[in-house]
Design a protein around this ligand. Structure first.
Ligand code: UDP
Ligand code: MG
Length: 311
């Protein structure tokens, strides 16, 4: 079992995390012989504090602890990818170091995995630990993304999930640079079980997310899960151009029967709206091609095989 833990300026939290996970493991598996073999993969996401020093210190006493140090801060999504690439376990669970992903859940997640589930999601049944603003924003975000994205995204499921090796290998194959993990995690599919939990507040330290970074993550999520924003203009432009043609016909009829109200108005109006519609339509046409290019460049696998039988 690989626990993949991205850390960014978390010198205080690391020790708490190890202690909490160790005691959760002891409590969850009363029979010591049943305890799975764990590895802790910390990914130091370019911390400026003593995070790496603390981890190296802990490593001296605990062989299970491993450290991947990134050369600078690449952001949590990249750090998590680095950790998943280094994971050697039969399964991996990305976890936050601030204990907002409760380690007591490891046992039920692992049990669900042993029952044959390839992915086990931990879903926040209650988000009261988040501020009202963050909750409202996240609700809106999940609504919007699930309305337009090609693949629905499990709402209120963060990065705290268990992945079987099969799923990790697929994730590691995905080389796209704009990484929106929630989207990738949903995209890979596989038999999934969801466990509910109540998300506690951060144990120590401060949140590393700035509101602006969250908004930009949301945009990354939208643009990497759907090409609708590029393509919608074809339809919109065509509608406007058609409307302009209709309006032009009516104006011609009106001018012929009732005479000219304002000289130049009819021709100007028709030309402006028709060209506007044509502009949008051609933009949308370019968007159609661009969306194909974007999908091709992402280079995701064409399909993911869950199993093959009878070969
Ligand atoms: N994190 C990271 N790189 C970053 C920001 C955060 O590795 O640029 C790590 C952080 O150390 C923590 C996890 O991502 O282990 C979740 O961050 P945080 O708790 O600050 O996010 P929140 O729970 O507030 O969404
Ligand atoms: Mg947190």
């Amino acid at each position: 079992m690989s626990l993949v833990v991205p850390v960014f300026n978390e010198a205080d939290a690391v020790r708490h995390f190890i202690d909490a996970v160790n005691s959760a493991i002891d409590e969850s598996w009363p029979d010591r012989a049943e305890i799975p073999q764990f590895e802790f993969i910390f990914v130091d996401d370019g911390s400026g504090d003593a995070t790496a020093i603390v981890i190296r210190e802990l490593r001296k006493r605990d062989q299970r602890i491993k450290l991947v140090s990134l050369s600078r801060n690449f952001g949590k999504e990249a750090a998590l990818s680095a950790g998943l690439h280094s994971a050697t376990g039969d399964a991996a669970v990305p976890m936050d170091v601030d204990l907002q992903d409760p380690p007591d859940l490891l046992r039920p997640m692992i049990d669900a995995w042993l029952e044959g589930n390839v992915v086990v999601n931990a879903r926040r049944a209650d988000r009261s630990s988040d501020t009202l603003l963050k909750r409202t924003f996240s609700r809106l975000f999940y609504r919007a993304i699930n309305l337009i994205s090609d693949q629905p995204i499990a709402d209120d499921v963060g990065d705290f999930r268990l992945f079987d090796r099969a799923a990790i290998d697929v994730l590691n194959q995905m080389t796209e640079h704009t990484r929106f993990n929630k989207g990738l995690f949903s995209w890979i599919g596989f038999q999934t079980k969801t466990i509910e939990y109540v998300r506690p507040t951060r144990s120590v330290g401060k949140t590393k997310w700035k509101p602006f970074k969250l908004i930009s993550l949301a945009f990354d999520g939208l643009t990497s899960s759907t090409t609708l924003p590029l393509r919608i203009w074809t339809v919109l432009g065509a509608l406007i151009a058609l409307g302009a043609i209709g309006y032009a016909c009516w104006l011609v009829f009106y001018t012929l029967t009732y005479g000219i109200d304002v000289p130049g108005y009819a021709s100007l109006m028709v030309a402006v709206s028709f060209l506007g519609g044509l502009n949008l339509f051609t933009l949308g046409l370019i968007g159609e091609y661009l969306s194909k290019v974007a999908i091709q460049v992402r280079g995701r696998p064409l399909y993911v095989v869950a199993s093959k039988e009878g070969f």
